[in-house]
Structure formats: C-alpha cells, structure tokens
Design a protein around this ligand. Structure first.
Ligand code: GLN
Length: 342
C-alpha cells in the first residue's frame, strides 16, 4: 500500500536535513575499467550523481547536494579552504539544515577538517568523507563511506563532537586523523584511536575529543578573511641550508621545521634557522615522526633562540594552527600555548 502524500511528508519532516557539499577527490573519481583501483581520474563525477548512487541514504535523512568545486584535494589552498569553511558556516546557521557532509579528496582531509574543527561555530554534525577507490572500481569504498557518514551526520549523538571524518566504518576526530597509507582503504588512522565505529547503520561512540573544538575555540571562521602565510620545511640527512633563506623573503610569517625525532635541528642548520628567526619569521619545531610531543628546550635552545615547539601535531596540522594563532597574536609564547591547547 502506497503512503499518502501527507504521510510521506510527515516522514520527511521527521528525518534530518543534510546538505552534502561536493569538492572532488576519488569519491568523485572514474577509472577506465573496474579493475583500476589506483589508476583513475579524480574529481570527475558530480555530487548529485554520487548521491543518486546511494538511494539508501534517503532512509536516514533528506539529503541535498551542492557542488562547490571539483578538485583533487592536493590542490586545496587557503583560499579554497576558507571558501568551503565559510559556506559550511552559512549552512549550519540555517534552521532547516541539521547537518553538513563534505565529499573530499583524501590527501588533505586531515588539514581541511582540522581547520573546520578549529573555526566553525556550531554543534551541528559536520562530517567529511572520501574514498580510496573510484566509484567505477570493484569494491569501491565511496558508497558505503557516504552512507555511513549520513548515518553519523543524522544521529543526535554526533552533535557537539567537533568535525568528524568517517572512513572505512570508523568515526575519527578531525584533530587526530591522518592519512597513513597511499592506497589502502584502511588508510585513516588517529593517534589515539577513532572516536567510534559505524555498525549496521548505527554510530557507536567509545571516546570523546579532549581538546577544545568548534564552539569552544577562540577562532571564528566568519571573522577570518585570510590566513597568514606559514611554510613547512621537512628535515632529512644532508639538508640544503639555502632553502631556509627563501623563507625570510617570501612573505612567510612562520616556518614549521619538521625536524627529525623530537624536532631536532642539525648542527649545520642551527645558524640558518637562527637567521630565519632574526628576520622576523617565527620558528616552530615539529616532528616528522608522526607522533609524540616536541619538548621545549629538550635538545635545542628554544629560550635562547626564541623558537617554539608544537605538541603532537604533524607539521601540516601545526601549519594550520600556527596560521590561525597568528590571526590572534604575534607573541611566540602565546602561539606556543595555542599549539599546546588545540
Ligand atoms: N583517494 C583520494 O581521494 C585521492 C585523490 C586525490 N589525490 C585527492 O586527494 O583528491
């Protein structure tokens, strides 16, 4: 028996309204054949088509697509990130929008989502998803990731938990998540484990983010028009100190030195790095190891050189947070406090 139009209207009214913003990536990718899992063009398929491929989402929410760009996420820059963040901020202010999802390339999900987590002023669920295999491939992961993300975004339990990244049946906090493998579908890992999992159309949370996010931060996306320029230098054996010279005259306000081990600085890089600081650029020591806090004055003379250290953030996450910090203060001690707070 068909439901009456009124009955189906009431059904629709009970379901949350979710806007899905399409930005590109492999979830919007297409390969030449079904066995191409790593050889394909990303950012090809429109978000409406991606949504149409998962009609099961209609059971959980009223979903609507919106294409903001069609790019591989390696091509994000501050301008694009701000455009996306500002659009989400507009949407979450609408009373008829209950949650926002973003389909995103996986390369830089960890950066965009961290920026959103630090700057959006909302308790509504904001869920970012991608895929490791294009929709044309056998065992494509995008459709289930999309469905699971809708389940998470539609759940009242997901409110107030910060920006979430849902991939491979896991719910991650934007603060901690990182892409750990170039190909595998289980690439997304969080240093301290995921917040929860999605099982049979239900989210199950097991932990909460401890660091302030969204409504509890001092950063408001609506007040930010540009991000101060911050660059990253990746340390290795036999570095070329002249590369650091470029940082003193390219408009950078800070340099994240992705040091070996505990943010260590090679003996022959000390002078060039001191010069960077003397030129006015803030020097932040981070670690290239992927985890662990950098210890102030541990192996380096931070007090003497007026260098600062990150907590456990990767150089790329520290870059975004330092840039946000610079919108508030130029004081190195204050910036370091911010790096340890979020
Ligand atoms: N799996 C992916 O999404 C990678 C595709 C592309 N490099 C991107 O990040 O958009």
């Amino acid at each position: 028996q068909e439901a009456s139009p009124q009955a189906s209207q009431t059904q629709a009214a009970k379901k949350p309204n979710i806007v899905i913003i399409g930005t590109g990536g492999t979830i919007a990718g297409a390969g030449a054949s079904s066995v191409n899992t790593g050889d394909y063009d990303s950012a090809k398929v429109a978000v409406e088509k991606i949504i149409a491929a998962v009609p099961e989402m209609k059971e959980v929410a009223n979903v609507k697509g919106e294409q903001i760009f069609q790019i591989g996420s390696e091509s994000y820059n501050d301008e694009r990130m701000l455009k996306l963040a500002k659009r989400i901020s507009e949407l979450v202010k609408q009373p008829d929008v209950d949650a926002v999802m973003v389909t995103h390339g996986t390369d830089t999900i960890e950066e965009t989502s961290y920026l959103l987590n630090l700057t959006l002023k909302t308790d509504k669920p904001v869920v970012i998803i991608g895929a490791m295999r294009p929709g044309t491939a056998l065992s494509a992961d995008g459709p289930l990731n999309l469905y699971n993300a809708a389940v998470v975004a539609a759940s009242p339990e997901s409110k107030g938990k910060g920006v979430l990244v849902v991939m491979n049946d896991e719910i991650h906090s934007a603060r901690d998540v990182t892409k750990s493998n170039a190909l595998k579908v289980e690439t997304f890992k969080s240093l301290y484990g995921p917040l929860g999992v999605v099982v049979e159309s239900k989210p199950y949370y097991y932990r909460l983010p401890a660091r302030p996010h969204t409504t509890a931060t001092e950063f408001d996306i609506d007040q930010i028009t540009a991000l101060p320029k911050v660059d990253v230098f990746y340390a290795h054996t036999s570095m070329d100190p002249t590369i650091l010279k470029a940082i003193t005259s390219n408009g950078s306000k800070a340099l994240i030195y992705g040091g070996t081990g505990n943010g260590s600085v090679a003996d022959y890089m000390e002078e060039p790095l001191k010069e960077v600081r003397k030129s006015g650029v803030i020097v932040v020591r981070a670690t290239r190891t992927g985890s662990g806090q950098v210890v102030r004055n541990g192996e380096e003379k931070d007090d003497e050189n007026d260098w600062i250290v990150t907590a456990d953030q990767s150089p790329q996450k520290a870059r975004l947070l330092t840039s946000l910090a610079l919108t508030k203060t130029q004081d190195t001690k204050e910036i370091e406090k911010i790096l340890y707070k979020y």
